[in-house]
Design a binder for this molecule. Structure first.
Ligand code: SF4
Ligand code: SF4
Length: 365
């Protein structure tokens, strides 16, 4: 397992976590087993926006004895009073739901208390007016909530709430289909979505990824909006390469699916390489570096993906990006314009030209 640190909270978070949309479908015994196998494999981050209320006692059974070793995202607005998931802006319903979840989880604190699933500014206004955000703030004052999170599928709403509230983690729907404007939650333009990634990276706000496989559609040729299937490994790496992302949270229905997720860390580079999406990405995606590293190796030893990432972040105002760039052993100024990367880039980035632009921006005092 590899870990990334949330710069605002100091939490060390596994690059792969578990979402709970399908957990209860496994049945209690299998679900408890899959959670324990996930933990033994190094997974320490769990999202509790469950599809079914039965998930909470399952977590209680799996982890109550090691509660301090796992990190939970708990959602203020997810209602299980009818058994399965519902969404609510009623403050009493939300309060009762969180209290019941804590009791069934056999815990008395919440690692990340989430402003839950707000995709419309009017709902954010109601959320505040109805006192639900205040509930989270009060629980933070007493230490029941350690940190505040926000889940949303809508870039413009994320930006607005980050302006208003002290959020340390954003749960955002990320995958190549949504980034290219395809599918139910493909909200915002590619550029607006990238601006969210870059803002989170700049401000040290972590991103936890929901829907990394688009509910399984991206893994199936027939269902994929690209009409080409990707693998779990390609989707995970795609998400982990986006700025700001700390962890990817696929759902798991059984032990076998968790073992596939854990296999990600032993895959050779070619199994996680997602550059094939360049062959079915829309033309407007061309020319934008995705940091996929498919164009490497560079004869000069330049880490082309990383150089580009720091450049984009620096341009987006990330004060730390220039410092990271300065520490690189090989920089854009080492580029000899040999053009090898240009011919290998599936996204038609003119990298040899871009290296000159990067040198001018990053290496001129
Ligand atoms: S230049 Fe192209 S191949 Fe190279 S990292 Fe960027 S997107 Fe990937
Ligand atoms: S053009 Fe520059 S960055 Fe690209 S492979 Fe050649 S030396 Fe490396």
């Amino acid at each position: 397992m590899r870990y990334r640190t949330n710069r605002r909270t100091g939490d060390r978070i596994s690059e792969i976590g578990i979402g709970s949309a399908y957990l209860a479908e496994a049945g209690t015994d299998e679900a408890v087993r899959l959670l324990r196998i996930a933990k033994e494999g190094g997974i320490n981050y769990f999202d509790l926006a469950a599809g079914d209320g039965k998930a909470f006692p399952i977590y209680g059974e799996a982890f109550s004895d090691i509660r301090k070793d796992v990190i939970y995202q708990i959602h203020f607005g997810a209602d299980y009073s009818k058994g399965t998931y519902g969404w609510s802006l009623d403050p009493d319903t939300v309060k009762r739901s969180v209290e019941k979840q804590l009791s069934e989880l056999r815990t008395d604190y919440i690692d990340y208390g989430f402003i839950h699933c707000i995709d419309d500014i009017a709902d954010w206004e109601k959320y505040k007016k109805n006192g639900i955000y205040d509930q989270i703030l009060r629980l933070k004052e007493t230490g029941t909530v350690r940190h505040i999170g926000l889940s949303s599928h809508e870039p413009s709403v994320i930006n607005r709430i980050l302006d208003d509230a002290d959020v340390d983690m954003v749960m955002f729907s990320v995958n190549p289909a949504f980034d290219y404007g395809l599918g139910t939650y493909a909200n915002g333009s590619t550029d607006e979505r990238y601006a969210v990634y870059e803002r989170c990276e700049r401000e040290g706000i972590g991103i936890s990824v929901m829907k990394p496989f688009f509910g399984g559609k991206l893994l199936d040729r027939e269902e994929s909006p690209f009409k080409r299937e990707l693998t779990e490994f390609q989707c995970i790496r795609y998400c982990l390469d986006r700025p700001g992302v700390l962890t990817v949270l696929p759902g798991a229905r059984n032990v076998k699916e968790v073992k596939i997720l854990l296999d990600y860390f032993t895959q050779p580079d070619e199994k996680t390489d997602y550059s094939v999406i360049g062959s079915f990405a829309p033309p407007e995606a061309y020319g934008k570096c995705l940091y996929c590293r498919h164009c490497m190796p560079c004869p000069q030893g330049i880490d082309i993906g990383l150089v580009n990432k720091y450049y984009d972040l620096a341009k987006a105002g990330d004060a730390m990006a220039k410092g990271h760039y300065d520490k690189l052993r090989k920089k854009a100024s080492d580029c000899t314009r040999c053009g090898k990367c240009d011919s290998r880039c599936p996204f038609k980035v003119e990298q040899s030209k871009r290296m000159q632009e990067i040198r001018a921006y990053m290496e001129t005092v």
